[in-house]
Each structure stands twice: as structure tokens, then as C-alpha cells.
Ligand binder design. Structure first.
Ligand code: PGA
Length: 249
């Protein structure tokens, strides 16, 4: 695991945008895995600026998103399909047919999950997967106690996640209780991983992910055994890592 500590949210976003831009420049037909949530927002905004300035192009790449709320249509402003369109897809030159998000309206969930895995495989696998991390240690919607063997599947959201995500809804009751998410196995098969965390409220979770026991209790801890994972945090989210490094030195 590589640890990079950025100064603040802006610096973290700039660094993340440059990593993704670099990937697109070096390999225009790359397959990206992207995430939703508050953390990558500024990174996406910076990428749209780079695309406007023709510094990067998404024209040949494919993008697979981590997850989607179950029962929300992509037209619903709370859905992740809508989020991605609003913040990235409609603002860069990506072809709509090259953007993939699990279908939250699928009637046959098992079939939808298998089809999503097949699409990723047929695209050649994910080159670079961007991740956020929940305060409970989730990546995608892989909540504590997840199976490390799971591929894309239907998950029940943790109370902590429902609370955290209620910031995007009018009331807590409106937050869907289930979602379709790439599994830990899907994420671990990505050739590269870039996890972003910002803010002091993530500091303890980040510490457990990096230095804690590898355990389904902290799903992100599995990244310790990924051969090419980078954890990019700002100083606030990395404060416990820095305490640890100071102790070792
Ligand atoms: P956040 O969510 O970026 O809104 O903090 C991260 C996550 O839950 O994975």
C-alpha cells in the first residue's frame, strides 16, 4: 500500500485528478472504475476543466461505477447514475455507451450482477479503480462483515451508511436501504486502486485500514494485500497515520 498525504481537500483533489488524467494520457482506451460520494466531487470538477482545455480526453475510455441504489432509476436525482451524469459524464467527451452503472431497477438482480461482471471482464478488466471510504470502513457499498469473496451483489446498507448518506436526501427515511455494489473480489481484481479520504472524521478508519488487522470488520483493510493500491488522504484524514510514522521514526 502506498500512502500519499496531501495538504488539504483541494490538494488531494488536484493530485487525484492528475493521476486519472495521467492514466488517460498514457492509455486513452483505459478502463476506469469510478466512485460517487462527496469526496471525488472536486476531482471530477478538475477533470472536466482539463477536458475543456483538451488536456485529456475520455473519448476512448470506458467507465464502470462501483454501485447504485436499488430501486432508483437513473433519472432520479438521488441516483448515482444521475450523479455521474451531472458531475462528469455530461461535461466530458465520454461516449454514453462507454459508461456503466448497475441497473437499480433490475428485476432479476442476480442476472444484473452477473451481467455487470461480464461487462467488466469483456472490457478487459479495470485498470484504475477510484474509491472513497465510509466511516465504517466500507468501499463501494461493501459494509462491515462483507465476504472478501463476493463479486457484484445486492447489499443491505449499514445504519451508519444510511446516516452518512442522508446528507444527499431530504430525510433519512428517503435513503434506500439496499444497493447493487461491486464486491470486494471485483474491486481487488482492478489492476490499480486509488482510494481517497478527506477530513478528520475519516482519520480513525483510515488508520484501521492501513495498520489494522485485515478483517471483514473493516472492508477496506483488504487493500493491504492489493499489489498496487495507493491511499491518498489529506492531512486531516491522515493525522493518525502521521502519528504512527512519527513513532516509528
Ligand atoms: P463520502 O463517501 O465521499 O461522501 O465521504 C465515501 C463512501 O461512503 O465511500
Amino acid at each position: 500500500m502506498r500512502i500519499v498525504i496531501a495538504k488539504d481537500y483541494e490538494d488531494l483533489s488536484r493530485k487525484a485528478a492528475h493521476v486519472i488524467a495521467g492514466q488517460l494520457i498514457m492509455r486513452p482506451d483505459t478502463v476506469l472504475g469510478l466512485a460517487t460520494g462527496a469526496t471525488p466531487l472536486r476531482c471530477y470538477e478538475l477533470l472536466t476543466h482539463m477536458a475543456e482545455e483538451k488536456l485529456v480526453s475520455f473519448r476512448q475510455c470506458k467507465i464502470f461505477n462501483l454501485d447504485e441504489y436499488y430501486s432508483l432509476s437513473p433519472e432520479n436525482p438521488q441516483s448515482y447514475g444521475y450523479f455521474m451524469k451531472q458531475h462528469l459524464f455530461s461535461r466530458v467527451d465520454i461516449l454514453p455507451e462507454n459508461t456503466f452503472i448497475p441497473n437499480g431497477l433490475a428485476e432479476n438482480i442476480a442476472q444484473e450482477c452477473q451481467a455487470y461482471e461480464d461487462l467488466i471482464r469483456r472490457a478487459g478488466g479495470i485498470d484504475l479503480q477510484l474509491l472513497g471510504i465510509g466511516r465504517n470502513g466500507h468501499i463501494g457499498f461493501n459494509e462491515p462483515d462483507v465476504s472478501f469473496e463476493a463479486f457484484t451483489h445486492l447489499v443491505a446498507l449499514d445504519q451508519d451508511t444510511i446516516q452518512a448518506n442522508s446528507k444527499f436526501f431530504n430525510t433519512r427515511e428517503e435513503v434506500p436501504k439496499t444497493a447493487i455494489s461491486m464486491g470486494i473480489k471485483t474491486i481487488m481484481q482492478a489492476r490499480g486502486i486509488l482510494l481517497l479520504a478527506s477530513g478528520a472524521e475519516k482519520a480513525e478508519t483510515v488508520y484501521q485500514m492501513v495498520y489494522g488487522k485485515i478483517s471483514p470488520d473493516v472492508p477496506a483493510s483488504v487493500l493491504q494485500i492489493h499489489p498496487n493500491a495507493t491511499v491518498l488522504v489529506d492531512e486531516a484524514a491522515g493525522q493518525r497515520l502521521q502519528e504512527m510514522q512519527n513513532k516509528v521514526l
